[in-house]
Design a protein around this ligand. Structure first.
Ligand SMILES: Nc1ncnc2c1ncn2[C@@H]1O[C@H](COP(=O)(O)OP(=O)(O)OP(=O)(O)O)[C@@H](O)[C@H]1O
Ligand SMILES: [Mg+2]
Length: 324
């Protein structure tokens, strides 16, 4: 044990470290050599498209799967030697949680409370996730958002130092998502806990995560705070110009001549520009569109977001069905 062991759960240390993580299923490589470090007290997001290896990675970290290769240290312990102690210091929600349908929320929480020596009470957990009103409701009668909040409450039962949440808000309505974000933030900010979550939602990562790792094909392809990742693109805005036949009217030289353009992409109907200063680029684009006698059908500008980082790195969108 090194000197960090005593304080691993709080302040200044490394809560989770993966080195050279590999997971193979026959000919499928789910995790392809992943290095990752999560700092104590941060909310870290693993982002990536379907099949990127997020669940496999997080389940190896949770001790539920054995890696094919590589090492994982969790709170300065490892699953081979310290499994019992580790289990009492982490909280986990799986990508899909199914609990006993006929039991009530309070009964289910009592089961989790009974697993730990120093557990929160069921009442305390109900209050943390604002499910007091549903204490007597059967699991099968909860909404999706309530089930997810119950799963997080169960994960918090043993006062964990580190919380692993696999897609905690997928499929939830905006209000349920926000209320879970609040629970997660309070765990980090008030309890000093560390969070590792996976998500497909860029806005979730931007709102919640101190740092994110973007995973694709089992590898980490980018790492940093959402702000750092977005500013690594070297621009701040995207301008989209819709006009029929726009690709024929603008060749590469014409696009590069537009002021402040960092990147450009064009389909027959849409010109997408990544720009530093929209107030300079937009008038120039409009003048050029007019000079080419194109009929403008639409114009929009927006701030760059994490999604654009993913598109920049892979040429694909993160969510299924959003490919260009
Ligand atoms: N038990 C298994 N046997 C064979 N292949 C598996 C198994 N579990 C996962 N895989 C494969 O490993 C890859 C990574 O899967 P994983 O579940 O980790 O992805 P994910 O990033 O969590 O995706 P999603 O966003 O859809 O949850 C996928 O190609 C998947 O089909
Ligand atoms: Mg998954």
């Amino acid at each position: 044990m090194n000197e960090r062991a005593g304080i691993a759960g709080r302040g200044g240390g490394v809560a989770l470290r993966c080195v050279g993580l590999v997971k193979r299923y026959e000919d499928v490589v789910a995790v392809a050599g992943l290095d990752l470090e999560v700092r104590t007290g941060e909310c870290f997001g693993l982002l990536g498209p379907n099949g990127a290896g997020k669940t496999t990675t997080i389940e190896i970290c949770e001790g539920l799967l054995a890696p094919t290769d590589g090492t994982v240290r969790v709170l300065d312990m490892d699953w081979t030697h310290d499994a019992t102690q580790l289990r009492s210091r982490i909280g986990v929600t799986l990508q899909e949680t199914r609990l006993f349908a006929k039991q009530t929320v309070r009964e289910l929480l009592a089961l989790f409370v009974a697993l730990y020596d120093d557990a929160r009470s069921a009442d305390e957990l109900l209050a943390i996730v604002a499910l007091e009103e549903k204490a007597g409701a059967r699991y099968q009668h909860l909404s999706g958002g309530q089930k997810q909040r119950l799963a997080v409450a169960a994960a918090l039962a043993g006062r964990p130092d580190l919380l692993f949440l696999d897609e905690p808000t997928t499929g939830l309505d905006p209000q349920s998502r926000r209320s879970l974000w609040d629970v997660i933030r309070r765990f980090r900010d008030d309890d000093g806990g560390t969070v590792v979550l996976t998500t497909h939602y860029m806005d979730e990562a931007e709102a919640l995560c101190d740092r994110v790792g973007i995973v694709d094909h089992g590898k980490l392809i980018a790492l940093g705070s959402p702000r750092e990742l977005v500013s690594s693109l070297g621009a701040a805005h995207v301008v989209e110009v819709d006009a029929d036949g726009i690709d024929a009217a603008f060749d590469t030289a014409a696009l590069e001549a537009l002021p402040g353009v960092v990147e450009h992409a064009c389909t027959t109907e849409r010109l997408t520009l990544t720009v530093r200063q929209p107030h300079v680029a937009v008038p120039a684009v409009l003048r050029a569109v007019e000079a080419k006698s194109l009929r403008l059908r639409g114009l929009s500008t927006r701030h760059l977001a994490l999604e654009d980082v993913f598109v920049h790195l892979t040429g694909r969108h993160l969510r299924d069905g959003e490919a260009e």
